[in-house]
Write a protein that binds this ligand. Structure first.
Ligand code: NDP
Ligand code: GDR
Length: 375
């Protein structure tokens, strides 16, 4: 019998899933991931981990599956017999959850129940540990600042309401059936692998493209929103750490620093050698180029307008401010974030600049090159 630990990750093709898979492989795990059937490739973030199915002793194995499919999930859990399940799969976009509330509830809420039920029905209560990707969105309309484990929840979107169910069903299965199940209440975390429609990546990618002349203007929603942003690599380490304790507990994971979306725009532009100034108010607000230094933004000159507000990006109910207090994780687990938000912004902007430069180069040389997908 192999002594390797076996992990199952839902959402392995996403930002966190890809970093977590790397971490677990480094630690010697056999890692199984669930990927969704899609009409085009959706495994870019884990392609570097791919192993030919014809070789022996593979330690990274992908299975088709879906969080809406109970029999599929139960069969996979039965077949894999995981020591640890990390439930990272979700319809994770808050704005999209207003467009697809029922689907979001099914995947993000009931999907969690389906996995917990699989553990219970298969009699794996004493073997399989369960991590639930809970979220700072649970705090929504915040009742206390900073937010900690004891802060009351007030979800403000179908996404957050679905995650609220997932949070409590995780607690309930721990208390009812003795399953080692925990919630990581993670505040926003980003990386060059962040999906392109989340605000930080939209900014770094959009400004890099504008700097290279591939796009002209970035259209934004509520740039007054305040967030506590960390790096996904730091946060997946915490997901693993939570399952290595003697007792299951829930933890807030955050940096304890809060900045506005507007500030993130200014930082990303500065990484490109572009100084911006915001002018106007409300939906008339714009960001104008004040000066350009260095060679990263050849397409820009002073006076260019690079950011405008488009109310279509406003949400029916907004989460205006989030700021986490991760004291419990620091004290009990010795966890500290290593990467600050400026370094995060720099890494993301540099990454997106390289891609924009590549596309601009190809276009200048007569190739019809579309902007590529995920970083
Ligand atoms: P991503 O959106 O990058 O990844 C989501 C993953 O879930 C993808 O692999 C996606 O597959 C998969 N997925 C979506 N729908 C289904 C489904 N029906 N069945 C199976 N898998 C599905 O999210 P992140 O990596 O950023 O976040 C990971 C988890 O952590 C999510 O649950 C998110 O809600 C939560 N979270 C994230 C935070 C953050 O700031 N990043 C903060 C707090 C919580 P595909 O690639 O095919 O789309
Ligand atoms: P969030 O992340 O909703 O916090 O959910 P997102 O990056 O989408 O938005 C952060 C804030 O920026 C404002 N905003 C915009 N957002 C987007 N996406 N696009 C815009 O153009 C724009 N302009 C302003 C938003 O209104 C919001 O206030 C993320 C997801 O990863 C969730 O899955 C996770 O649970 C939470 O973080 C913690």
């Amino acid at each position: 019998m192999s002594s390797k630990k076996v992990a199952l990750i839902t959402g392995v093709t996403g930002q966190d899933g890809s970093y977590l898979a790397e971490l677990l492989l480094e630690k010697g795990y056999e890692v199984h991931g669930i990927k969704r059937r899609s009409s085009s490739f959706n495994t870019q973030r884990v392609d570097h981990l791919y192993q030919d199915p014809h070789v022996d002793n593979r330690n990274f194995i992908l299975h088709y599956g879906d969080l809406t499919d109970t029999s599929n999930l139960t069969r996979l859990v039965q077949q894999i017999q995981p020591d640890e399940i990390y439930n990272l799969g979700a319809q994770s976009h808050v704005a999209v959850s207003f467009e697809e509330p029922e689907y979001t509830a099914d995947v993000d809420g009931l999907g969690t129940l389906r996995l917990l039920e699989a553990i219970r029905l298969l009699g794996l209560q004493d073997k399989t540990r369960f991590y639930q990707a809970s979220t700072s969105e649970l705090y929504g309309l915040v009742q206390e600042t900073p937010q900690r484990e004891s802060t009351p929840f007030y979800p403000r979107s179908p996404y957050a309401a679905a995650k609220l169910y997932a949070y409590w069903i995780t607690v309930n299965y721990r208390e009812s059936y003795g399953i080692y199940a925990c919630n990581g209440i993670l505040f926003n975390h980003e990386s060059p692998r962040r999906g392109e429609t989340f605000v930080t990546r939209k900014i770094t990618r959009g400004l890099a493209n504008i700097a290279q002349g591939l796009e002209h203007c970035l259209y934004m929603g509520n740039i007054d929103a305040l967030r506590d942003w960390g790096h996904a690599k730091d946060y997946v380490y915490m997901q693993w750490l939570m399952l290595q304790q003697s007792l299951p507990e829930d933890f807030v994971i955050a940096t304890g620093q809060q900045y506005s979306v507007r500030q993130f725009i200014l930082w990303a532009a500065a990484e490109l050698g572009v100084q911006l100034r915001f002018e106007g108010q409300g939906i008339e607000e714009i960001a104008v180029v004040e000066s350009v230094t260095g060679a990263c933004a050849p397409a820009l000159k002073p006076g260019d307008i690079v950011v405008r507000i488009d109310p279509k990006y406003f949400r029916p109910a907004e989460v205006e401010t989030l700021l986490g207090d991760a004291s419990k994780a620091k004290e009990k687990l010795g966890w500290q974030p290593k990467i600050d938000v400026r370094s995060l912004c720099e890494e993301m902007t540099r990454h997106d600049l390289v891609e924009a430069q590549r596309v601009a180069f190809l276009k200048r040389n007569g190739f019809d090159c579309a902007l590529s997908g995920e970083g």
